[in-house]
Design a protein around this ligand. Structure first.
Ligand SMILES: NC(=O)c1ccc[n+]([C@@H]2O[C@H](COP(=O)([O-])OP(=O)(O)OC[C@H]3O[C@@H](n4cnc5c(N)ncnc54)[C@H](OP(=O)(O)O)[C@@H]3O)[C@@H](O)[C@H]2O)c1
Length: 334
């Protein structure tokens, strides 16, 4: 690649089931120059998110799907290398929807500046980015935990789950994580201070919940859906809150999504289950980001990033989210 070449992954085929390299066209084209109101950004790190799988599907969702032939959508951080926009200057670092490519050229809609002197750039995609905001608002606003509550989190060793669990600990809750594998479960307890962990790959989740949450579950932060959601519903307490943050176990389904059979547990316990979309909280990101930065600075919050190098590895690296091979926030270094 020369400095003037932009490598891009275009979505050219909608996946059925898991993503494959064949769903994309890899293109190299010359880097353009900004028109009035546009900026040119050298992409440095891309956020790889389970939601990207949903963005590839046709149909109505909380944002439009990526169009066929378009650059695959991805959040990222990068450096402004040319600008014809009054709010962004050459040398600024920005966070925005940069796309799976070397250079973003366009209007910086929704972009904001980040400071690489205050935190390493990948952290603006993890605790200090959309991931951290998701954990913060989904837990505090929808989950509404009170000190002493038992909070259960699935996908607990992942990007969102690991942060949500630590925030619940900061709020004085009893926190139990559900994750795949011994190493991830040990990490939750030894490194992040969770009170308990359930390895869903090697034990029965209901048995694990009875052991780790003898007083039942007050808040369930769900990242995975499917059988694990059903298991936790069977252990809810009176007035429990179930946060539907995600359902990664269902994203590659070729058939219909599997809904929760145990939903009458909501009726019996006068509990509620509520969906969450982080973008609804955009106006509150700066205040939450400040609080998260404070917790990071004092060591009360730990952010783990799993950085993979090479734009060209994008399709295979994305799949790590679905096999559980990522450990922490999955970031692609371009
Ligand atoms: N609603 C929103 O606004 C919003 C915003 C951001 C993210 N999310 C959601 O939050 C969830 C977590 O996202 P993330 O970025 O933090 O990803 P992540 O947790 O870092 O990575 C995904 C993890 O999911 C687990 N997993 C994969 N397949 C699974 C299955 N079949 N059953 C159980 N667990 C499975 C794997 O962990 P194990 O090794 O433990 O299996 C994997 O490491 C996703 O559902 C995502 O869509 C929602």
């Amino acid at each position: 690649m020369t400095a003037q070449t932009n490598r891009q992954f275009l979505l050219t085929q909608r996946p059925v089931g898991a993503v494959t390299r064949a769903n994309f066209t890899f293109r190299e084209e010359p880097v353009g120059t900004p028109a009035e109101g546009q900026i040119l950004v050298k992409v440095e790190y891309l956020s790889l998110d389970p939601a990207m799988r949903g963005w590839m599907n046709e149909g109505k969702s909380y944002i439009p799907p990526v169009g066929l032939g378009q650059v695959m959508r991805a959040l990222g951080v990068g450096k402004v290398v040319a600008s014809r926009h009054p709010n962004f200057a050459v040398g600024d670092y920005v966070n925005g929807a940069l796309g799976v490519q070397d250079y973003f050229l366009g209007e910086p809609t929704g972009f904001y500046k980040v400071d690489p002197n205050l935190a390493p750039l990948p952290r603006y995609l993890s605790a200090l980015g959309m991931t951290g905001m998701t954990a913060y608002f989904a837990l505090l606003d929808v989950g509404a935990p009170k000190a002493g509550d038992t909070v259960v989190i699935s996908g607990a060793a992942g990007a969102v789950g690991s942060i949500a669990g630590q925030i619940a600990k900061l709020k004085g809750c009893q926190v139990v994580g559900i994750a795949g594998g011994k190493d991830k479960c040990q990490f939750l307890i030894d490194e992040l201070g969770f009170d308990g962990a359930i390895d869903y790959k090697s034990e029965d989740v209901i048995a694990g919940l009875k052991r780790e949450c003898p007083k039942g579950v007050d808040v369930y932060f769900d990242n995975v859906g499917g059988d694990i959601l059903d298991a936790v519903l069977s252990r809810l307490n009176f007035k429990a809150r179930v946060v539907i943050c995600g359902a990664i176990s269902q994203y590659n389904n070729k058939e219909a999504v599997k809904g929760p059979a145990n939903y009458l547990a909501l009726l019996v316990n006068r509990a509620r289950m509520e969906g969450f979309v982080v973008m609804d909280y955009a106006a509150q990101y700066p205040a939450a980001g400040q609080e998260m930065a404070g917790w990071l600075a004092t060591g009360q919050l730990k952010s783990k990033e799993d950085i993979v190098e090479g734009l060209e590895t994008f399709p295979e690296t994305l799949l790590k989210l679905f096999s559980g091979e990522n450990f922490g926030k999955l970031v692609l270094k371009v």
